[in-house]
Design a binder for this molecule. Structure first.
Ligand SMILES: *Cc1c(COP(=O)(O)O)cnc(C)c1O
Length: 396
């Protein structure tokens, strides 16, 4: 029975590591979980200690035992030199970009990027003098390297793409970027470090919306940025300089989520794939966008680089009038209509991926829906959708 944290050699499997990461019962009177530490002021024992800020925790914005617990665990899980937490996934994207970009720099961003990231690039970053060049997400690394200029500072990647689920050759892109001394920044929210170890694959800064599978219950907002050795000092600096800090309750809930994350993700993987295959067999469906399906255009890359998939994927319907699609979706009893994902409940959102792209044209050939598969029984979800498809047909 261990009271102190187990040795490294005892922590082999993923489940074991997730159970023990970032906590030390011996430091808290034997209680298993790191408590919620709230606070602004940290007291120092003397004038001299204060002058030298000689303390493990210096001030509330700069860190706390609760935050450190999750940062340590996340770095272990991601194979990172260090992790910074942020109050949302989007704020994690912001912190990662601000860590490496300077006024006058160019940033390469895939056309299929999470849309709020695009709004950040076209808004805040542009006002700060950073230009964003959007690129075709399926460009081969060598072709992408043709877009590098003397001003290019970083390449952003996201695999699979938000809404359209294209796979990117992340190790290839990261190698091309590193050869030119550029940073690779990845939004790894879909796979999480459990299914795609970002730093092992050459990524410098990996973003995760903790809001999704780490939280897992749609009851918190959180972001993480983990860093490679060379990016870590830059990331730490921008976080400390900006006063970035998440709320302690959200961090505590995320730590609770961490202990069961691999189980929930395994279920998401299994159910997501089962549902994707079921959609594929439906006559109303034109195409399912899910890289773990063998006939997906990104499947070879997914199989080479990823060890699983999450429960989020896209479905393109055969052409149907908007009213029929609305009747199908509005009448679903088990699928909520709303943004975000990674929780225990199933969701559906209509998506229009044709409207905002600038580097590529996207023509799905029918209405697109994005599904998040939760922990309901797959048979029940299929029965609900069966009735939905009947409404779709009746309105077409
Ligand atoms: C949800 C999401 C984010 C942002 O997370 P929030 O916590 O909602 O800000 C970032 N990237 C991707 C791919 C996401 O799906």
């Amino acid at each position: 029975m261990s009271f102190t944290p187990p040795s490294r050699s005892a922590l082999r499997g993923l489940g074991t590591r997730l159970v023990h990461a970032g906590r030390d019962p011996s430091a808290q009177h034997g209680f298993i979980n790191t408590p919620i530490v709230r606070g602004s002021t940290v007291l120092y024992p003397s004038v001299q200690a204060y002058a030298e800020r000689d303390s493990r925790y210096k001030y509330g914005t700069l860190g706390s035992p609760t935050r450190e617990s999750l940062e340590t665990a996340w770095s272990e899980l991601s194979g990172a030199a260090g992790t910074v937490l942020a109050p949302s996934g989007l704020m994690a994207v912001t912190i990662a970009l601000l860590a490496v970009l300077r006024s006058g720099d160019e940033l390469l961003v895939p056309d299929a990027v999470y849309r709020p990231t695009r709004i950040l690039c076209d808004g805040l970053l542009r006002r700060m003098g950073v230009s964003t060049i959007y690129y075709d997400p399926v460009l081969a690394p060598d072709d992408l390297a043709e877009l590098f200029t003397p001003r290019t500072r970083a390449v952003f990647v996201e695999a699979p793409g938000s809404q359209t689920f294209e796979m990117q050759d992340v190790p290839g892109i990261a190698a091309a970027a590193r050869a030119r001394d550029l940073f690779t920044i990845m939004d790894n929210t879909w796979a999480t470090p459990i299914y795609f170890p970002p730093h092992e694959r050459g990524v410098d800064l990996a973003i995760e919306a903790g809001t999704k599978y780490l939280g897992g219950h749609s009851d918190l907002l959180l972001g993480m940025v983990s860093a490679s050795e060379r990016a870590w000092p830059l990331l730490r600096a921008v976080s400390d300089e900006s006063g970035n800090c998440p709320g302690p309750e959200d961090v505590f809930l995320a730590l609770r989520g961490l202990r069961t994350m691999s189980l929930r993700l395994e279920e998401a993987n299994r159910r997501g794939l089962a549902m994707a295959e079921w959609f594929q067999a439906r006559p109303e469906v034109k195409r399912v966008m899910h890289p773990a399906l063998p006939d997906d255009p990104g499947h070879a890359i997914w199989k080479r680089d990823f060890s699983g998939s999450s429960g989020l994927f896209g479905v393109t319907l055969r052409p149907a009038p908007p009213k029929a699609v609305a009747a199908m979706v509005d009448g679903l009893e088990l699928f909520g209509i709303g943004a975000s994902w990674g929780g225990y409940e199933s969701l559906v959102t209509p998506v229009d991926c044709t409207s905002y792209r600038t580097a590529t044209r996207y023509e799905p050939g029918g209405p697109c829906l994005r599904f998040q598969i939760g922990l309901e029984d797959v048979d029940d979800l299929q029965a609900d959708l069966d009735a939905g498809f009947a409404r779709l047909r009746a309105g077409s």
